[in-house]
Write a protein that binds this ligand. Structure first.
Ligand code: CU
Length: 591
């Protein structure tokens, strides 16, 4: 049974790596050279595979973004990635083409330290959390790009038939127009059909983690990955407090012990749990969303198993009361739901601090003047008779150039040839073009990111970590818990020209010391991030909500080499698109 892909029990087309959903977890040691060959055995679709969180220092050609760092791998062809695993931690790999993550093309990737200093952990588990849907994403992708909506049928008919549900978080923010039908833990879950007369849930098997019931204080590490397509997830285990120690591979200054943990799309968290006192029973592992209406479809369960046989748990989540409130870490808002602030305490990213060994003090210092500064407002270009609507930065949606070589191999020329118009844009007049930021080698880059859209957007940078130096959340109505106003520190006009309000001197105040490669930017909030452009290449900075990425919420950062030497893409690679033999990467590309 273990080899059978059951997902949530609903028959549908699934894309997988090595016959497994999710793909196999890849384990390597720090500083090992990793060589991975991707062979595309699909009959019709192309793909490329990105190793999320791997910095690819000096190997930008292995970053796996189709049309940007390589040609997408055609059916019958292969591509070989080769890179050094510089950082320890929890990472993942996934397709970077046309919403194929939602079809199943993802897996965990763990970089272990060479030497373990103290072995306090009895074992570890990788948990890949995914939102699952019954649609075929290639069809959706084309509909989305051409018409701005996912479906052939009218929205109303899909709602009435119960085919789709709409997601609204407890703060009133949305996710992408959600077609999510269930949530899977390591590829296993159950589909709840609200229209079935009885037996509303499928009976497909659940994931279980087998832990030792013999020892009293055994500690296990959970490596949690949100590999979903549209939803943030909320993770907990009945009667097992979560000791959260690291995110995106980087340890926190202090571990934080909480009841629940919110994981944004693309984020990873390392969590320690200690075995329960009562070990003759099993416990529910719960993955929920922050859905306001508590939709019964959007809950997943797995089993923390102490007993020899798989006995279904009967455990309950801890009761959250005013006297003993529950702590929720990484909330994208300051209060969870209406009037509940007393029994649920939200810890936001402002409560997270990176371990001092991983902080770059010059980046945190407000007297440091960045070499490159850019403001990006997360925007929606509305649907008109002439064009489909799209998610964008400053009303500019990314359009990959139609060329026969990857952008990386002729970056400077492509950046100029396909550049955006610099016209004044607004929600009714967006533009699609090749949207870039250029940085010279070793520049300090600062991005001010503002979200006045209705959705939450998880943002991910390829090629390096970033320091979040300032963070601000929306203002809530404390009775309802709903967002009542954007954070007042930043103001944007209708053309996405944003500035800090002068009165309080915001956008100059360092209030964060957090290093990440992926972070949720909540509705109504803003964030200032900094990084050093020390890794030459073409690197995406994008929203990780798959439909948003597909529609255009991406900007490419061109990190230039110290000395610009233009080399050409190996002509041997043209024609058959078989990049098994890599182009010679000598000193640089034409950045
Ligand atoms: Cu987004």
């Amino acid at each position: 049974m273990n080899e059978i892909i059951t997902a949530d029990g609903y028959p549908k087309l699934v894309y997988v790596f090595n016959d497994s959903l999710p793909g196999p977890v890849l384990h390597v040691y720090q500083n090992q050279t990793v060589r991975i060959r991707i062979h595309n055995d699909f009959p019709t679709e192309s793909l490329s595979v990105h190793f999320h969180g791997i910095r690819q220092v000096n190997t930008p050609e292995s970053d796996g973004v189709g049309r940007i760092t390589q040609l997408s791998i055609l059916p019958g062809s292969s591509f070989q990635h080769e890179f050094v695993a510089l950082d320890t931690g929890t990472f993942w790999y996934h397709s970077h083409v046309q919403s194929q993550i939602a079809m199943g093309l993802l897996g965990g990737f763990v970089v272990h330290p060479r030497e373990v200093i103290t072995q306090e952990e009895k074992g570890e588990f990788v948990l890949v959390l995914t939102d699952w849907q019954h649609f075929y994403t290639t069809e959706q992708h084309h509909l989305l790009i051409e018409s701005g909506q996912f479906y052939l049928n009218s929205l109303e008919s899909l709602k009435t038939s119960g085919t789709i549900d709409f997601y609204e978080a407890v703060d009133g923010s949305r996710a992408a127009e959600a077609l999510v039908t269930s949530i899977l833990i390591n590829g296993r879950g159950q589909y709840f059909d609200p229209h079935a007369e009885n037996d509303r849930s499928s009976t497909t098997p659940l994931e279980y983690l087998r832990v030792d019931s013999a020892s009293n204080n055994a500690v296990y590490r959970l490596r949690l990955i949100n590999g979903g397509s549209v939803f943030s997830m909320k993770f907990s285990i009945d009667d097992h407090p979560l000791k959260v120690i690291a995110s995106d591979g980087i340890p926190f200054a202090e571990p934080m012990v909480v009841d629940q943990l919110v994981i944004g799309l693309g984020e990873r968290y390392d969590v320690l749990i200690t075995v329960a006192k009562k070990r003759a029973i099993n416990y529910w592992i719960r993955v929920d969303t922050m859905d306001k209406n508590n939709n019964p479809r959007w809950h997943a369960r797995a089993i923390l198993q102490y007993t020899t046989d798989t006995i279904m748990p009967t455990s309950q989540p801890r009761k959250c009361t005013t006297n003993q409130p529950c702590l929720i870490l990484n909330c994208p808002f300051t209060q969870y739901g209406p009037n509940s602030a007393k029994s649920l305490i939200c810890l936001t990213p402002l409560d997270l601090t990176t371990h001092p060994d991983h902080l770059d003090r010059e980046l945190l210092d407000e007297t440091t003047i960045p070499d490159v500064r850019k403001t990006l407002q997360l925007t929606i270009v509305g649907r008109t008779d002439k064009q489909a609507g799209f998610e964008s930065f400053n009303y500019i949606g990314m359009k990959y150039p139609s060329i026969d070589k990857p952008v990386l191999y002729n970056a400077r020329r492509i950046r100029k040839k396909f550049a955006c118009s610099k016209r004044l844009l607004a929600s009714d007049t967006g533009e699609k073009c090749y949207h870039t930021i250029t940085a010279e080698y070793n520049n300090i880059v600062e991005l001010l990111l503002i979200n006045h859209d209705d959705d939450q957007h998880p943002l991910h940078l390829h090629g390096s970590y970033f320091h979040i130096v300032e963070f601000g959340l929306a203002q809530l109505n404390s009775t309802t818990g709903l967002i009542k106003a954007n954070n007042p520190n930043v103001y944007c006009d209708e053309h996405a020209r944003c500035s800090c309000t002068k009165e309080n001197g915001a956008c100059k105040k360092n209030n964060m010391r957090l290093v990440k490669d992926t972070v949720q930017l909540p509705k109504g909030g803003y964030m200032r991030i900094r990084f050093r452009a020390t890794n030459p290449g073409v690197w995406l900075f994008h929203c990780h909500t798959e439909p948003h990425l597909d529609r255009g919420m991406t900007i490419n950062i061109h990190n230039q080499y110290l000395n610009e030497i233009v080399i050409d893409y190996d002509t041997n690679n043209e024609g058959n698109n078989d990049n098994f033999h890599q182009p010679q990467v000598s000193s640089s590309y034409g950045m």
